[in-house]
Design a protein around this ligand. Structure first.
Ligand code: FNR
Length: 184
């Protein structure tokens, strides 16, 4: 069976380059991995007072993550850090204490930016948070992508051959990492 991967895009923006990248990766990953985009757009701002099991969006979000074999974050960088909506989603998934949907999940975080640093600062912080959440974080390869107009076309294909080869390599290493974690 294909590995089921919950893909979480750290941008809420229509036309997000990170969402474009996520959709292109979904196409490249099939059929070995089935990517499912799990939206963070409807999560309210985290507040323990409303974390009482009665809000459908967080419960749906946690269930979608729990049902996956692995998690892939595809996120922009905001002010050299993790975008607030994504940190909010990480916090929602971290509770109830001891029952976090993230725990034990094989995971990786990548991202794209128009800037040359390609989200490296945000990814570094993602690794820190993912580790605290007890996810099994893929160390290599790192993907910090400088996104240039047209890199992903309307059919969600990567138009630059070298980049497509690099991303295909990343996906196969990620799939191998997930399977290895499942055997532990
Ligand atoms: C940015 N951007 C940005 N880019 C970057 O490489 N490093 C950064 O620290 C920031 N900071 C930042 C803050 C805020 C509030 C915004 C809105 C943007 C630019 C960012 O990379 C660009 O807008 C991307 O297009 C965002 O990704 P999505 O939304 O297209 O996926």
């Amino acid at each position: 069976a294909p590995l089921k991967v919950a893909v979480i895009v750290g941008s809420l923006r229509a036309g997000s380059i990170n969402e474009q990248l996520a959709r292109a990766l979904a196409k490249l990953a099939a059929p070995a991995m089935a990517f499912e985009l799990v939206s963070i757009a409807d999560l309210p701002l985290y507040n323990p007072d409303i974390d009482d099991g009665r809000h459908p969006a967080p419960e749906h979000f946690r269930a979608a993550v729990k049902a996956a074999d692995a998690v892939l974050f595809v996120t922009p960088e905001y002010n050299r850090s993790i975008p607030g909506p994504l940190k909010n989603a990480l916090d929602w998934g971290s509770r109830p204490y001891g029952e976090a949907c993230w725990a034990g999940k094989p995971a990786a975080s990548i991202g794209a930016s128009p800037g040359a640093a390609g989200t490296a600062a945000a990814q570094q912080q993602m690794r820190q948070v993912m580790t605290v959440l007890n996810m099994a974080v893929l160390g290599q390869p790192e993907v910090y992508l400088q996104f240039k107009e047209g890199l992903v076309n309307e059919q969600h294909d990567i138009t630059v051959q070298g980049t497509e080869a690099f991303l295909t390599g990343f996906l196969s290493r990620f799939a191998g990492w997930v399977r290895q974690q499942q055997l532990r």
